[in-house]
Ligand binder design. Structure first.
Ligand code: ISL
Ligand code: CA
Length: 570
């Protein structure tokens, strides 16, 4: 078969992207905050993983209310992270090691400390007033919109100087930009060119699906929201009237003139809608990160609460299969199991108990690196770092947790349940400092870390895993190499073998005349697997997180969290 992808190879389809959360990665000057020189000094480690590109979370000038997702100057660096010269040095050093750089672009909103907003909120006559979205108070109270990080949950905040309310889908300190204003778009495009001209190799667009709003702000009752927009504001916010027109314009004006990969963070986009963003003939973007995988196991209609009993494996298989199949003819997918907004991968999807932490993390990486999509690895996951599970609200630094708690208290809710939920879902679980060594502060800083370090750093750290050939870290390196050496694992057709409720996720990846079988037992119990395959020879087993494969006369028995990849006989 002449394969559809053959004429369509792109570096970012073959890439493995490593996400660095600068604040928590490596501190170079003892102030307890990770920084650019810290990343620079860790570049050999990053390169040793074999990854192709680095995505760096925002390091721009920012008051840091949302750890950099509230930008006050798009063209400057927040001093606690370093300087523009440091960043330039990092770009050059990374490029010298064949590592591409992807920068995070936050263009749905700015900080309230951005010059534009500082001026805008002084008067309706100010030229920057129409850079933001306002509801004049003479029209009464604005129709309710959800502000994710607002202490009252409301996305409008009143400003006396202009006698109007500004819109903020996140916190009040993150006013939404008015994309309907051509001036705003012109400014943002110029800013994007500034970064692309510097030679960045990719852009990850934060909350990109939210940029267009229905500016008539129709009243949305909870009933209407349920009926028309599922149960989810993300979906409503991602359905703005001019979203695709703006993305096409941004492509025409900026993106198509550069050879950089473009990635949307796309809350509220489902597999039915993704091709509108990434099909080649749409001329919008290259890749999109969806949330369908992240919301498996969430309690229906609840924000930041997952079912403590776990998640449905049937749903897992269905969602990842659907998100693989949707790109069979056009576009290309992404896959991730954790990031700076999510709890730790092994705590959420695996089992972080002593017994299964390492095995289940190995299984999750086997999945991540054998699917037909560009994989993202979040820093620290390659060491099997786990949720910190804070037992006090005061331990949390994250604006989301803090605001949710304020809201809960105002409504008279209980702290205990809140803490239990946050132990499973809070973003700070994934933001604790990187565990480099068993030494003081896990080798992250010589000062006082900005966020507590997980106490398990004495056993879970890079140093220990470097020395142990059987460690997760070495396992991940081998998997990365395997993916890079085998186009079947990148471009090969994906076929699900287990369409049932069992926790076994088994699939094949086929490309030209090679086929790989991937068998994953997503559970802590032994599972039978009725295999169509004959037992593989020892040399065709490419991955196994156990020393043996238990192939009985009745078929295969997969051990708890066992992950196997083998090359099928021709
Ligand atoms: O919409 C949501 C919930 O329904 C969120 O998932 C939202 O899309 C997501 O949190 C957006 O995240 C990004 O933008 C935020 C920032 O705090 C995150 O860290 C960033 O990844 C605001 O800039
Ligand atoms: Ca520092």
């Amino acid at each position: 078969m002449q394969h559809r992808c053959q004429e369509n190879h792109r570096w970012w389809k073959e890439a493995i992207i490593y996400q660095v959360y600068p604040r928590s990665f490596k501190d170079s000057n003892g102030d307890g905050v990770g920084d650019l020189r810290g990343i620079l000094s860790s570049l050999d480690y990053i390169a040793s993983l074999g990854i192709s590109a680095l995505w760096i979370n925002p390091v721009y000038r920012s008051p840091g209310r949302d750890n950099g997702y509230d930008i006050s100057d798009f063209r400057d660096i927040q001093p606690e992270y370093g300087s523009m010269a440091d960043l330039d040095e990092l770009f050059a050093a990374a490029h010298g090691k064949n590592i591409r750089i992807i920068m995070d672009m936050v263009i749905n909103h700015t900080s309230d400390q951005h010059q534009w907003f500082k001026q805008a909120h002084t008067s309706r006559e100010d030229p920057h007033y129409p850079y933001y979205i306002w509801w004049p108070a003479e029209k009464g109270k604005p129709p309710h919109r959800c502000g994710f990080f607002d202490p009252s949950g409301e996305a409008w905040t009143y400003n006396a100087a202009t006698n109007s309310y500004w819109l903020h889908y996140f916190s009040p300190e993150q006013p939404d930009l008015n994309w309907d204003n051509p001036e705003v778009r012109r400014e943002l495009y110029a800013m994007l060119r500034f970064w692309l001209d510097k030679g960045v190799d990719g852009l990850r667009f934060d909350a990109l699906t939210f940029i267009s709003k229905d500016m008539s702000f129709p009243e949305i009752t909870p009933a209407l929201l349920k009926e028309k927009f599922h149960d989810d504001w993300g979906y409503y916010y991602a359905s703005g009237p001019h979203l695709h027109a703006y993305l096409q314009e941004m492509n025409r004006e900026v993106l198509r003139h550069y050879d950089a990969v473009t990635i949307a963070e796309a809350s509220g986009v489902f597999s039915t809608g993704v091709l509108q963003f990434v099909a080649e003939d749409r001329h919008e973007l290259n890749l999109l990160c969806h949330f369908e995988g992240m919301i498996i196991g969430y309690l229906q209609g609840e924000f930041k609460r997952v079912d403590p009993a776990g998640y449905s494996r049937r749903e897992w298989k269905e969602i990842y299969t659907r998100w693989s199949d949707v790109f069979n003819e056009k576009g290309w997918g992404t896959i991730y199991l954790g990031n700076h907004d999510q709890p730790r991968m092994v705590s959420r999807w695996g089992d972080d108990s002593e017994t299964f932490r390492e095995r289940s993390a190995k299984l999750l990486f086997t999945f991540l690196l054998t699917m037909r999509a560009t994989p993202f690895i979040y820093n620290g996951d390659e060491l099997g770092m786990t949720n910190i599970r804070f037992t006090s609200v005061d331990d949390y630094e994250d604006i989301e947790t803090r605001q949710l708690y304020t809201k809960l208290k105002a409504q008279g809710g209980g702290t205990e349940q809140f803490l239990q939920d946050q132990q499973l879902t809070a973003r700070d679980n994934g933001r604790t400092p990187m565990q480099w060594t068993a030494g003081p502060n896990a080798g992250f800083t010589e000062g006082r870390p900005w966020l507590k370090i997980n106490e398990n750093y004495t056993s879970i750290n890079r140093e220990a895993q470097e020395k142990d050939p059987a460690s997760l870290l070495h396992f991940v390196r081998r998997l990365i190499r395997l993916r890079k050496l085998n186009p079947a694992l990148v471009y090969g057709d994906y076929a699900l073998l287990t369409h049932d409720d069992s926790p076994v996720h088994a699939y094949t990846r086929t490309w030209e005349n090679s086929t790989f079988a991937v068998l994953l037992n997503l559970s802590g119990e032994e599972q039978p697997f009725d295999s169509l395959f004959s037992p593989p020879s020892a040399e065709s087993v490419l991955v196994n997180n156990y020393p043996v494969i238990n192939w009985t006369r009745d078929g295969l028995r997969l051990a708890p969290w066992q992950a196997i990849v083998f090359a099928c006989a021709r």
